[in-house]
Design a protein around this ligand. Structure first.
Ligand SMILES: [Zn+2]
Length: 349
């Protein structure tokens, strides 16, 4: 089997990936939402009961909607599940000039050290990043492999220069007051029953994301049994595209599933990204809280530039239900799928 489950993690990401034998699949966990979804605890307890292991836990970047729940999981020792390795770029891994001497270890780093969890072992204890002509490929137990696509050293250096502010925003320092996020609320107001103008929305000027934390996202492709899924975290589309081009030459690049970056923000889903992918299934992971994601422009770009895409939402919300329109689907040749209380599971096998 090979499946990706986008758990209901509010406005954040929490991906539970299974591959291998149906009765005892290998499990990877990517992020844990702003707070750990209740069903994640159940799943971990079930995994512990069958003697399973988390082959890999990835904390893609230091934003609250990805890292918040991870603090709870670490505090609770993953509810009894052994963890083979955690990938997370803490301050100690970041390249570039150090501009302050103290305050390196925020809460997640403290927990990783306290709990003696394996940390970036697959990366020889160095940063989880790509470098010129070096796109690490990590083989996982059970036959899956991961090829890193993001971040690069430049993005990690930017994060380093802004580390305290970015971690403060994610409430990762007990003594640094959490400030309201600096991200624009770039999602649109819901239009209710109004039918979106796909062509106009898709054609809106694209301005790429510049947020340091998003640019530092660990994004990769995971391959199992000749199927590939792109796990975009909140990465910048230009980074993903140039990594794919470096690795595989001119696109479009075939994927069975693309988890679109940054919950379908208009700043992270460009026409070029969609045109660079040969994929039928696009996952939008968010309930739209706080940032009103996905943006209608991002969804419209997928509809306009992908070939008969299936839009997969892990929630049905006022920010995505307008796409469940038969006339629109007929006109633009796309389909939709909405998750339920359990989020949404995409079977890739
Ligand atoms: Zn996010």
């Amino acid at each position: 089997m090979f499946s990706v489950n986008a758990l209901p993690a509010s406005f954040g990401d929490c991906l539970w990936i299974e591959y291998g034998p149906d009765d005892a699949p290998n499990v990877i966990l990517i992020d844990a939402g702003p707070s750990a979804p209740a069903m994640l605890k159940e799943r971990l307890q079930q995994l512990a009961a069958r003697g399973g292991t988390l082959e890999l836990v990835v904390v893609t970047h230091v934003d609250a909607d990805h890292i918040g729940g991870m603090l709870t999981l670490l505090e609770n020792d993953f509810y009894g599940v052994p963890v083979r390795d955690v990938w997370f770029n803490g301050f100690r891994h970041l390249p570039g000039v150090e501009t302050f001497g103290e305050k390196q270890g925020e809460r997640l780093t403290g927990l990783l050290l306290d709990k003696r969890v394996a940390w970036n072992v697959d990366l020889n204890n160095a940063a989880c990043m790509i470098a010129d002509d070096n796109y690490p490929v990590i083989d996982l137990p059970g036959g899956a492999s991961i090829t890193l696509l993001s971040p690069d050293a430049g993005q990690l250096a930017r994060l380093k220069r802004n580390w305290i502010r970015v971690c403060g925003e994610a409430d990762l320092y007990a003594d640094v007051p959490a400030v309201s996020t600096h991200y624009d609320e770039d999602g649109r107001e819901a239009f209710g029953a109004a039918v979106p103008d796909v062509t106009r929305l898709a054609g809106e000027t694209f301005v790429e994301d510049v947020a340091e934390a998003n640019g530092s996202s660990i994004a990769f492709l995971i391959e199992y049994d000749n199927k590939r899924a792109l796990c975009g975290a909140d990465a910048f589309p230009s980074r993903l595209l140039s990594s794919l081009a470096q690795l595989y030459g001119a696109g479009p690049h075939r994927f069975a599933l693309v988890k679109l970056p940054h919950h379908g923000s208009e700043k992270n889903v460009s026409k070029e990204l969609v045109e660079g992918l040969d994929c039928r299934c696009y996952l939008f992971s968010t309930n739209g809280a706080r940032y009103k994601h996905p943006s209608q422009s991002a969804v419209a770009r997928v509809i306009q530039h992908a070939k008969r895409p299936k839009l997969i939402f892990n929630y049905r919300t006022e920010f995505n239900e307008m796409w469940d329109s038969q006339p629109l689907q007929t006109m633009y040749e796309y389909s939709v799928q909405y998750g339920d209380d359990g989020g949404v599971t995409i079977d890739l096998s």
